[in-house]
Design a protein around this ligand. Structure first.
Ligand SMILES: C[S@@+](CC[C@H](N)C(=O)[O-])C[C@H]1O[C@@H](n2cnc3c(N)ncnc32)[C@H](O)[C@@H]1O
Ligand code: SF4
Length: 420
């Protein structure tokens, strides 16, 4: 991100931090201070983040504006979203991993705990720190609850909820070039039910990007790529898409771009148009295959078919754009489990994926609405027990790895792990 911003609107931001970055080659970026009261406090300043470790058992990470990013506290891993939401993850041996979004009051209490913890550390060690590290602590302590709430409200004026991105894009800068999903009728997916599909005009997109840059400030340095939201941003007809990508290039030059696309949307583009997207910096397109089995696919009400997905993946890859293919674990329940696994692996194998491509397996979380549960009941589909779902997940991961050989990476996608 740093390279790409050199000539963008963030030039003044870069000028502000340049002395710090230049200093880092001379002054130590990391210091350990030990006091009788606090024990060993370790501070490590990277160009775009600061890590504070309290006696190796509590760790805090902040961005270059002092905004909390994550912490490890009391055995829990917390991630702080730009939205103001906080996600708690706890991995314990022999039990399922806990993933929980904190209610607002609990999130505020956690922020207060982090603030008080850093204030205590600052009071005990600031005298022994370099100017640079003291500067970091001042920035961090300026993030009181009022500032966090103001940031949350600002976020809501810029973004609709950022429902999901693929796991390798969790550190992306998300641009809502479009809002919602142009299909929005899959029985299992409730990510975009709260909004109508909309394509931003070039001027709205420019304003959106400028607002994001102003909100993030130097925090933008932690963002590694640009994800074009929402559900199928690349479905935009090519002439309009070109105008929008020109705006992105102008505001965020040199960035690698990523986006979702559904199978139907993928069919609307020619091989030449994909090659043009590659030239605009589109590096990988993520498509939900969900299942290689026709019966399961029908239950999901996805547009297109598994065979069309194979053809689209071939078209996109031939243009030099990588793909991320997403499969569900669990759709079709126990009744269709055998054919879901077998056909999904066969379909993946037919895609001829290679280096840079990704396969994700996402355990199905049946939503309350959308029609999946009703349809499954009508077809007398027996749900999978949790152990059977876990076993299918393992089987799909192993089968997918065998199907793609050594080329593409295969990984778990858990939709409840996402936070922006
Ligand atoms: C934004 S969606 C899909 C992208 C694109 N619109 C498409 O249909 O191909 C991203 C992925 O989230 C996963 N997903 C959506 N709803 C889910 C659910 N209820 N449980 C598990 N995974 C889900 C699906 O695998 C889906 O492909
Ligand atoms: S799975 Fe994709 S196409 Fe289907 S509703 Fe969700 S975002 Fe839209």
């Amino acid at each position: 991100m740093w390279q790409g911003l050199r000539s963008g609107i963030a030039r003044e931001v870069i000028e502000k931090v340049r002395p710090l970055i230049d200093n880092q080659s001379r002054a130590p970026a990391a210091q350990v201070v030990t006091t009788p009261d606090l024990g060993s406090i370790y501070l490590n300043a990277q160009p775009w983040s600061l890590t504070i470790s309290d006696n190796m058992h509590t760790t805090f990470v902040f961005d270059r504006e002092g905004r909390p990013v994550s912490c490890f506290l009391g055995g829990g891993n917390y991630r702080f979203g730009l939205s103001g939401d906080v996600l708690l993850k706890v991995a314990a041996p022999q039990s399922p991993k806990l993933r929980r979004r904190l209610p607002a009051e609990e999130a505020a209490r956690l922020r207060a705990t982090v603030h008080a913890h850093v204030a205590r550390i600052a009071a005990g060690v600031a005298h022994a720190l370099s100017d640079e590290l003291r500067g970091w602590l001042d920035l961090i302590l300026a993030w009181d609850e009022a500032r966090a709430q103001a940031d949350r409200q600002l976020f809501q004026t810029i973004y609709k909820p950022v429902s999901i991105v693929p796991p390798d894009q969790y550190r992306a800068l998300v641009l809502q070039m479009t809002e919602g999903c142009s299909w929005n009728r899959c029985t299992f997916c409730s990510f975009y039910r709260d909004r109508r599909f909309r394509i931003k005009s070039p001027s709205d997109l420019r304003q959106h990007i400028r607002q994001i840059k102003a909100m993030l400030g130097r925090g933008i340095g932690l963002r590694r790529s640009v994800f074009l939201g929402d559900a199928n941003a690349l479905i935009v007809p090519q002439p309009r898409l070109r105008e929008l990508l020109e705006v992105v290039r102008d505001e965020l030059p040199g960035q690698d771009l990523y986006a979702f696309l559904d199978i139907f949307g993928a069919e609307q583009k020619t091989a030449e148009e994909y090659a043009e997207l590659r030239d605009y910096g589109v590096r990988r397109v993520y498509i939900g295959l969900e299942s290689g089995d026709e019966a399961v696919f029908g239950l999901l009400n996805k547009p297109g078919s598994p065979q069309q997905c194979v053809a689209m993946v071939e078209r996109i890859r031939a243009a030099g754009v990588q793909v991320g293919v997403i499969l569900l674990a669990g759709p079709g329940g126990a009744t269709l489990a055998r054919q879901h696994v077998a056909q999904s692996i066969t379909t993946l194998a037919a895609m001829g994926l290679g280096a840079g491509d990704m396969v994700y397996i996402s355990p199905l979380i049946v939503p309350d609405d959308g029609g999946y549960a009703e349809r499954a009941r009508e077809l007398r589909v027996e749900p999978l027990s949790q152990p059977a779902l876990d076993a299918q997940l393992v089987e799909l991961l192993a089968g997918a790895r065998a199907a793609v050989g050594g080329g593409a990476r295969v990984a778990l996608y858990h939709i409840e792990e996402w936070l922006y």
